[in-house]
Each structure stands twice: as C-alpha cells, then as structure tokens.
Design a protein around this ligand. Structure first.
Ligand code: PLP
Length: 240
C-alpha cells in the first residue's frame, strides 16, 4: 500500500468523527422527543475487536467512556491506552478467574449477575484499594446464555453489592432480547430500576441501548448507551 500510517489514521479519524456525529445526532433527537437533556446520557463507545489506535482517536474526539467485553483484549488495550482520560467499562460476561485482571483497569462493570462474582470483585477491589461501580445485569428474555440475573433475583444481588466493600452499586444493565421490538424489554428494565431506587436511591444507572436501539432505550430512561457498530463500523474478526 502506498499510504503511510499518518494518512491512514487521518482517514480513520474522519470516519470515526462522522460516526460519532451521526450517533450524537441520534442521541440528541431521542433526548428531544423524550424531553430529556443530553447530559443525562453517557455514551459508552464499545471498542471490542477494534485496535487501540481507534480508542486513541475516540479520546481525541472527546469520548471519555469506552466498553469492552473480553478481558484478554481489554487488558492489552487499556494498557496501550494508559494515560488517556478514559473510564473503562466491562460489558461482557465475566468469569471469576478474570476478576483480578478486570479490576485492574475497569471502573465500571456492567455484567454482575451472581453473588460469587460480586464478592470476587469486591475482594479484589479492596485488596488493590479501588472502588468498582457495579451494575446488575438483568436477563429480560428466557435465554440464559446471554447472562443476567432473572428479575426476581435483582433485589438480593443489589443488596449484596451495596454492602460489599470496594463496590458501589451503580444500577442496572440489560441487553434487549434478540429480534422484535426492544420497547417492552426496556420498559421492564425501567420499572425494575424504579423499584431498585426505592431501596437504593443512588443506583441511578440504566445501561441499555446499542447501535440499533439507542433511541428506544433513551425513550425508556437509559442513562448509558453502549454503542459500537454505529461509531466504528461493522466488526470484523480482530487479529492479534
Ligand atoms: C458489542 C456490545 C455492544 C455494542 O453493540 P453494537 O450493536 O455494535 O453497538 C453493546 N453492549 C454489549 C454488551 C456488547 O457486547
């Protein structure tokens, strides 16, 4: 190829800037029709499968929150991006044997779905003098393979997080069921969040909405949208 690195990155920056402008336009439109303010919504840029150079471009464009779903990839990228003013969000299913690594870089874990995991994160956070914001991932469909606690299990898991050292209970997270209208699932998540906030008024986070359904999520009270494809393009396998 005749293009050098600098030119490649200039082009990539333009692509990402255009993606970000379009996502911001969609968020602004959704906020306007829902009577909400833009500052109520945190855009988490999901950078899984994307190189650290993309993360650096996003940081240069003002993004402060990035999301990853696999520890091995995320740990390497967070290391490469050390020094950038970023909060790393872990949004994928998490095995307890990865907790030590994840707690070393993640400020927020969106996928707490069982007591053992909450306790393991708490132990590691205390050991390393960190505070990790934990969201309880709620399963809104019958598919157990996608992670999440059943709605009936939310209060007990939230109570556990709230009393566990090293953890801050942030709120709830869900992924809309595959196929069909995400509206009912996001409405249910909003109800569960309202119920949770009766006992835990500071647990205000509702992490919902991805590239395809962010407007619907914002309509239903999402405070955090997790957006990959619409910012960075369709994912191809990440070669390490
Ligand atoms: C990949 C991923 C996203 C982003 O999905 P896009 O459709 O690419 O925006 C959001 N949340 C989770 C949990 C993910 O794994």
């Amino acid at each position: 190829m005749s293009v050098n690195n600098t030119n490649t990155n200039t082009t990539r920056r333009d692509e990402i800037a255009a993606g970000l402008a379009e996502v911001e336009r969609r968020i602004a439109g959704a906020c306007q029709s829902a009577g909400r303010a833009r500052h109520e919504i945190t855009l988490v840029a999901v950078t899984k499968t994307r190189p650290a150079s993309d993360v650096r471009i996003l940081a240069g464009l003002g993004i402060r929150d990035v999301g990853e779903n696999r520890d091995q990839e995320a740990a390497a990228k967070a290391g490469e991006c050390a020094g950038l003013p970023l909060t790393w969000h872990f949004v994928g299913q998490l095995q307890t044997n990865k907790v030590r690594s994840v707690v070393s870089y993640a400020g927020v874990i969106h996928s707490i779905d069982r007591p053992k995991l909450a306790e393991a994160v708490g132990r590691e956070a205390v050991r390393t003098g960190r505070e990790v914001t934990c969201l309880v991932q709620v399963a809104l469909d019958e598919d157990p393979g996608r992670g999440g606690v059943v709605p009936a299990g939310l209060p007990a898991l939230a109570d556990l997080i709230a009393v566990t050292g090293g953890l801050r209970l942030g709120g709830v997270m869900a992924v809309a069921p595959l196929g069909g209208d995400p509206g009912p699932a996001f409405a249910r998540l909003a109800e569960l969040s309202a119920e949770l906030r009766k006992d835990h008024p500071d647990a205000k986070v509702i992490s919902a909405g991805m590239s395809g359904d962010l407007a619907e999520a914002i309509r239903h009270g999402a405070t955090h949208v997790r957006v990959g494809t619409a910012l960075l393009g369709r994912r191809t396998p990440f070669v390490r």
